[in-house]
Design a binder for this molecule. Structure first.
Ligand code: DP6
Length: 326
């Protein structure tokens, strides 16, 4: 009863920020993302009658008590569905810094869900897997399907799920993740979202999202990079305005974040098709097409104050592999 899965992180072009149901992680709005090839989590799960308690470990790092409890809750949901009562050993390894807005919870809960159901010998549809991943972390449901993924907010747990709009091979886009701070973010996404309704700008964002979603879907179908980039940037800035006007205000950016966003705008004015998006952290995702990768990488690497750069292409969703972590 042992299985291993790999799952990519994902970057949202239309972001999820706010819930209608905390427990079930039902979101306020639909969101759309791309899986990231260079930022992924590998997780091995084993269930055994020989284990007397769950044993959850992060290889090359340490989980907080809160994170261990969250994994335990996800395991309980999976055990209930699979009809088993055995304890689990869970080892997890990230290819990127945890908690720095690089969406470790998305890849983490996607990998855990796929590995745990496989270890339990329970075969679910992809739709059901996205629902269980969502219960661990909302954005994790988008790391299960292939490539470019839509998460429909739904109205109940059963109809809030994610599916692939286009496979990862559809479009040769790059997400150059510029790490400016690899420490844990101060306010988790789960906590940050709790006060979203205090922002006077929330209603306007929710109203704007359906048109943005239509625009991005068309941009994807037509491979219109400027349109995709403009909408992704607009929605990112809108989400951060909501965050910044919540009570208490949430400020995830730092000086380096602002400097990189300004640099991207300057490069664009000079004719380079390049855009940015930022999640709940200070690191910046620089978006471009594959043909401009070399040029953009050169410019990004020349910036002052950056810790590291992770190059991402569109990636397949979560899947099993044969090599176990223990
Ligand atoms: C800003 O999925 O981490 O990255 O459901 O509380 O675990 P929880 O939140 P999480 O939120 C991600 C927020 C975001 C935007 C996005 O990825 O859509």
């Amino acid at each position: 009863m042992k299985a291993t899965a790999v799952a990519p992180a994902n970057i949202a072009f239309i972001k999820y920020w706010g819930k209608t149901d905390e427990e079930l992680r039902l979101p306020l709005n639909d969101s759309l993302s791309m899986n990231l090839s260079g930022s992924y989590t590998t997780t091995t799960v084993e269930f055994s009658p020989a284990f007397t308690a769950d044993d959850t470990r992060l290889v090359d790092g340490e989980f907080s008590q809160r994170e261990i409890l969250r994994v335990g809750d996800a395991l309980d949901e999976i055990r209930a569905k699979a009809g088993i009562r055995l304890h689990a050993r869970v080892y997890t390894k990230n290819s990127f810094p945890k908690g720095a807005g690089a969406a470790a919870s998305a890849s983490g809960f996607a990998a855990l869900t796929v590995a745990a159901f496989a270890a339990a010998g329970c075969k679910l549809s992809q739709k059901e897997l996205t629902i269980f991943a969502r219960l661990g972390s909302g954005s994790a449901c988008r790391s299960i399907p292939d490539g470019f993924v839509l998460w429909e907010k739904g109205t109940t747990s059963d109809d809030s799920f994610a599916y692939s709009l286009c496979p990862h091979t559809h479009w040769d886009i790059r997400d150059i993740l510029v790490i400016v701070d690899s420490r844990m973010k101060k306010v988790s996404t789960t906590d940050g979202m709790k006060t979203v309704s205090t922002s006077p700008l929330l209603a306007a964002r929710l109203k704007a999202i359906p048109a943005r979603m239509e625009g991005i879907k068309q941009a994807l179908a037509q491979k219109d990079f400027a349109r995709l980039g403009e909408i992704a940037e607009e929605d990112c800035l809108d989400m951060h305005r909501v965050m910044q006007t919540q009570a208490p205000p949430l400020q995830y950016w730092n000086d380096s974040t602002r400097m990189i966003m300004d640099a991207v705008k300057t490069w664009r004015k000079a004719g380079l098709p390049v855009y940015f998006t930022v999640d709940a952290g200070s690191n910046v995702h620089v978006l471009c097409e594959g043909r401009d990768e070399g040029h953009v990488l050169e410019k990004v690497r020349a910036l002052a104050g950056i810790e590291s750069v992770i190059l991402n292409k569109p990636a397949p969703g979560a899947h099993r592999i044969d090599n176990h972590l223990f």
